[in-house]
Each structure stands twice: as C-alpha cells, then as structure tokens.
Design a protein around this ligand. Structure first.
Ligand SMILES: Nc1ncnc2c1ncn2[C@@H]1O[C@H](COP(=O)(O)OS(=O)(=O)O)[C@@H](OP(=O)(O)O)[C@H]1O
Ligand SMILES: Nc1ncnc2c1ncn2[C@@H]1O[C@H](COP(=O)(O)OP(=O)(O)O)[C@@H](O)[C@H]1O
Length: 198
C-alpha cells in the first residue's frame, strides 16, 4: 500500500451484491492469438449469460487500448502493464457483482499469473482459445498478419513476438473442432456446474 493512503471501508460488499443478484461474481479470462476467436466467443457467452439475467460485463482488447490504455504499445513492458491494468479493472467489476469477461491476447504466462494474483485464484478462470497460428493467419480478420509478415507491423504475436500457450487452462476451446455455439454452450454448462450460476 502506498504511504498516506488509508482505504475507506464501504458497507455494501461483493457478497451483498452477489446475494441480491442471486449469483456469484468472478472473472473469465480468455487468452489466445489474434484472430483465434476470443472476442467472438466472449461476446456470444455474454449474450448467453445476459439472456439468463446474469449481470455481466466484457472488457475487450481494442476497446481498452483505445481508451484506458491508450498510449501503451506492444513491447513486453507495455503488454505486462496493459494486462495489469485490465486485471485491476476486471477485479473492480467483479467486486461490483459482475461476471466479468476479458478478451486479451495476454501472451505470456507472466501476464496471466499476474492477472490471477490480482484477481485471486478462486475468482479466476483461464480459458484458452486454442487456434493454430496457420488458421489465425488464414482468417487474418484485420489484415494484421499480412502486415506483420511484411514487417509493416513489428512485435506481432505469433510472428515476431512470442505466445506461450497455457499449460493447464481451466477450459480449452479448439475452434477448428467446435463451432462458436457449441463452445459457448459447453462453457456455459461448465460455469453452471462450477459456480451454480442461478
Ligand atoms: N503487435 C501486435 N501484436 C498483437 N496484437 C496487435 C499488435 N498490434 C496491434 N494489435 C491488435 O491489438 C490487439 C491485441 O491487444 P491486447 O491488448 O489483447 O494484447 S496484449 O494482451 O497486451 O498482448 C489485437 O486484437 P485481437 O485480434 O482482438 O487479439 C490486434 O488487433
Ligand atoms: N469456432 C470458432 N470460434 C470462434 N471464432 C471463429 C470460429 N470459427 C471461425 N471463427 C471466426 O474467427 C474470427 C475470430 O476473430 P475474433 O473473435 O476477432 O478473434 P480475437 O478476438 O481472438 O482476435 C471471426 O471472424 C470468427 O467468425
């Protein structure tokens, strides 16, 4: 804790909010290469939860990088800081009672370990969107892979910057083998079982 900062204790706790909402709150942390399917699956999952009247909020790469984290680049140092701030924000949303979904590359183990430490291990689910680089490159949703190959974009994850696949994710989605709908349904059932959503 920095010096001369004394936290004020507010009276409405996360538990109070969870009780009122009739469901717990936690963070669903997606990780995977650019174009792997993080945003697509995260968005569909959010819709699925919303339909069940679950309080949710999604934090997504490009949105956060054009606002809160504007100015951060794709160096190792900036990616770690990007992920640190996202984890802190996700924690706030979780404390506010939301099932919080994040969709960031979070390329290295240290990015995810840091997030898990900030959010708390019992509140953190790591979801690996496992799509091989060749497929992501073939999809090239934003045309960035082509630019990365030509050198126009530097430090691009999977091409000129590393991605460390999670060793033991809580949940894995292989998008070559499963449609978005199938993956979301399977994930929804997993969440139901683990957290007794409603
Ligand atoms: N150099 C480089 N490497 C990777 N990605 C790049 C880069 N430059 C821009 N982009 C776009 O930024 C999105 C990834 O941002 P993230 O905040 O998720 O990245 S990180 O967790 O800090 O590594 C990523 O979005 P997604 O495609 O949704 O993953 C890209 O569109
Ligand atoms: N099974 C699948 N799961 C997720 N996305 C898929 C799948 N099959 C094809 N796609 C397509 O792959 C692309 C993934 O893009 P996006 O969700 O933006 O990825 P990311 O957020 O990881 O960068 C989308 O165009 C999506 O329609």
């Amino acid at each position: 804790m920095p010096t001369n900062i004394i936290k004020h204790k507010y009276h409405i706790s996360r538990e109070d909010r969870n009780r009122q909402n009739k469901h717990g709150s936690f963070v669903i942390w997606f990780t995977g290469l650019s174009g792997s399917g993080k945003s697509t699956i995260a968005s569909k999952l959010e819709q699925r939860l919303f339909k069940e009247r679950v309080k949710t909020y999604a934090l997504d790469g490009d949105n956060i990088r054009s606002g809160l984290n504007k100015g951060l680049k794709f160096t190792r140092e900036d990616r770690l800081e990007n992920n640190r701030r996202i984890a802190e924000v996700a924690k706030l949303f979780m404390d506010a009672g939301m099932i919080t979904i994040t969709a960031f590359i979070s390329p290295l183990k240290e990015d995810r370990v840091q997030a898990k430490e900030i959010i708390g291990k019992d509140n953190f689910l790591e979801i690996y969107v496992n799509t091989p680089l060749e497929i992501c490159e073939e999809r090239d949703v934003k045309g960035f892979y082509q630019k990365a190959r030509s050198g126009e974009i530097k430090n691009f994850t999977g091409i000129s910057s590393p991605y460390e696949a999670p060793e033991a994710p809580d949940f894995e989605i292989k998008t070559e083998e499963e449609s978005v709908e199938e993956a979301v349904e399977r994930l929804y059932m997993f969440l139901q079982k683990k957290f007794k959503l409603l």
